[in-house]
Design a protein around this ligand. Structure first.
Ligand SMILES: *Cc1c(COP(=O)(O)O)cnc(C)c1O
Length: 357
């Protein structure tokens, strides 16, 4: 028998979450953001789940090519643009849309002989200070792009730093964007999942949700369930061993957990080499045979321990949900001091993936 751990991808949840995005922004087109192997869910599974998506957005050239190879005929946007003139040529050949965020990328556009023009997303920095031209340069940059025979169309793009933090919001970045782009009659795209869900004024022509499509909340203040999102991945494993502890017995590496009474614990076939966060502390929620329990002690590479003291009917072979349809990935992430994004992206290649249609 193979090691009893698996990730199940729920394609119906992916489709429902995409439909939710469309309903939130009824006047906009929706990019399905599928970078990082669709946040760990698999590019092919996203393509299967969303045959009618308006468009896809990704970041790795390899995943853009995979999308085309899978038969995607919709637009595919490269969110970080290209990393060489040769990749720009590929964009023309495969009709990938691309972000242009700096002088180097703009120079490639202006000096490369392309087979056909490409659709350009001019990325402006409005306060994130990661990628993008200073927003105030937008009019001059647009004038340059309009002069460039390689440019089929121009869309103005920016990215929010704090759309998920109600106290900070998007107002300052929107103001800078609007001031810089006033008078430029061009399509725009600003919104990630948080802005899509919280700030309708940011929707414009295109929205770019990632995390919400996978059923995790971008907000620490509102759960996925409250938002109407469905978990798209369930990570489960089985109990493969049971230990009975006396008061004073320790569990696992570093003996970080010491029983203060008689306890029964289960050893589960999931560890940090599967993508479970090593820093998840004692008390992190798990479901054992559908019943809420908690993690005990330190996560090993291939195993972790759960408390079975209150679950006399559970033992070897019991099903343990680490996160998913019945246990929010966001609750596990919060306990482990991280965010759902990191957990779903980290699921390891050795975990068998099953797709539920
Ligand atoms: C990842 C990414 C998104 C999606 O962000 P979520 O918070 O997952 O919705 C949108 N736009 C850009 C440029 C990104 O890199």
């Amino acid at each position: 028998m193979t090691r009893p751990i698996r990730a199940v991808i729920h394609t119906a949840a992916l489709a429902a979450n995409y439909a939710h995005a469309k309903a939130c922004a009824p006047a906009s087109q929706v990019f399905a953001v599928v970078k990082a192997n669709a946040y760990g869910h698999g590019i092919a599974n996203m393509v299967a789940a969303l045959p009618n998506a308006d468009a896809f957005a990704t970041l790795e050239m390899s995943s853009a090519r995979s999308l085309r190879a899978l038969g995607v005929t919709q637009p595919i946007l490269l969110l970080e643009g290209v990393f060489s003139a040769a990749e720009l040529q590929l964009c023309a050949e495969q009709s990938f849309w691309l972000a242009v965020h700096d002088e180097r990328g703009l120079a490639w556009l202006e000096t490369t002989a392309l087979a056909c023009p490409v659709h350009v997303f001019l990325k402006l920095n409005t306060g994130m200070n990661r990628l993008g031209f200073p927003a105030e340069q937008a009019p001059a940059l647009v004038a340059r792009l309009k002069q460039c025979s390689n440019v089929a169309s121009i869309t103005l793009m920016a990215h929010f730093a704090s759309a998920d933090v109600p106290e900070l919001g998007v107002a300052a970045q929107c103001a800078r964007f609007d001031a810089a782009c006033a008078g430029l009659d061009l399509p725009k795209t600003l919104a990630n999942s948080a802005a899509l869900l919280a700030y309708p004024e940011t929707h414009h022509q295109w929205v770019r949700p990632g995390i919400s499509l996978y059923g995790s909340s971008p907000f620490s203040t509102k759960s996925a369930k409250e938002l109407g999102l469905q978990a798209a991945m369930t990570l489960t494993a089985e109990v493969i061993g049971v230990q009975n502890l006396q008061a004073g017995d320790a569990v696992g590496y570093g003996a970080s957990f010491v029983a203060d009474r008689v306890m029964r614990i289960g050893t589960v076939a999931c560890g940090y080499a599967d993508g479970y966060p090593r820093h998840a502390p004692t008390g992190t929620p798990v479901l054992v045979d559908g019943v809420a329990s908690r993690l005990i002690g330190r996560i090993s590479m291939d195993m972790l321990a759960v408390d079975l003291s209150e679950l006399p009917n559970s033992g070897v072979g019991s099903q343990v949900e680490l996160w998913g349809a019945n246990l929010s990935i966001d609750d596990v992430a919060t306990a482990a001091g991280t965010i759902g994004y990191e957990l779903m992206c980290a699921v390891a290649a050795r975990v068998p993936v099953f797709v539920e249609y």
